[in-house]
Design a protein around this ligand. Structure first.
Ligand SMILES: [Zn+2]
Length: 232
């Protein structure tokens, strides 16, 4: 029903195009720089281990994870999960991604506030995305604007989460760039440029995610706003 609503499409088609373009750009940047070997000849896994010891992050483990671009850091078990391509690849892209995930491990180790804030939002967002939707639906069906607005408010948690993600991701990339140069894992200007390209492309994904979350929220605001006007 919402999917056939032309207003919904008006909001979501630009979001869809933005997400598709971003995802294409991220893949292109990754593919380009995963073919460029770094002079240090370290793999993502070796680089991660070097950064762990220089950063004195002794409790951090490195493990493999299936899939492509599935790399992440899990603060619950202090483990850096690297995909096969990143762990075994000795490319500029592998080093950039491994160092970015390690940036999250450093944030975790020092209790970086934006990371803690975002982690605290996870359960809220998980409940909110479903509950918000249900409240909006019921509010619309029984024509009770306040209930529908409550749904919009709960749903807005998703946009707040997407916004809170930005400083966490930008900061992890900034740490990665600095660490890679300081530890000699990245040595030339050309390699540094590659690291920048890969990490900036990845950051765009989170910006696109925020834009999508805001567009979705605006759609619900309009939908529920229309309900209020009809009642008056
Ligand atoms: Zn990240």
């Amino acid at each position: 029903m919402f999917f056939l609503d032309p207003t919904y499409l008006m909001f979501m088609i630009p979001a869809f195009i933005l997400m598709a373009l971003t995802s294409w750009y991220v893949k292109a940047a990754y593919q380009k720089w995963s073919r460029v070997p770094a002079q240090s000849r370290l793999t993502g896994h070796q680089a991660a281990q070097r950064l762990i010891s220089t950063g004195a992050l002794y409790g951090v483990q490195v493990q493999g994870v299936a899939g492509q671009m599935t790399d992440h850091y899990d603060p619950r078990n202090k483990t850096l999960y690297l995909s096969q391509g990143v762990a075994n690849g000795a490319s500029v892209a592998s080093l950039a991604i491994a160092a970015h995930e390690l940036g999250h491990a450093m944030q975790d180790a020092e209790g970086y506030f934006p990371l803690r804030f975002r982690s605290a939002l996870v359960p809220v967002v998980n409940i909110g995305s479903n509950l918000g939707w249900i409240l909006i639906m019921i509010g619309l069906v029984i024509n009770w604007a306040n209930l529908a607005w409550l749904g919009v408010l709960v749903f807005a948690g998703g946009a707040v989460f997407a916004l809170a993600t930005l400083p966490v991701e930008f900061n992890a990339s900034a740490r990665a760039k600095q660490l890679l140069v300081q530890t000699g894992v990245i040595q030339t200007d050309m390699e540094a440029r590659g690291v920048n390209t890969v990490l900036n492309a990845a950051a765009l994904t989170y910006v696109a995610g925020l834009v999508t979350a805001i567009l979705q929220l605006l759609y619900y605001v309009m939908l529920v706003g229309g309900l209020g006007r009809r009642r008056d």
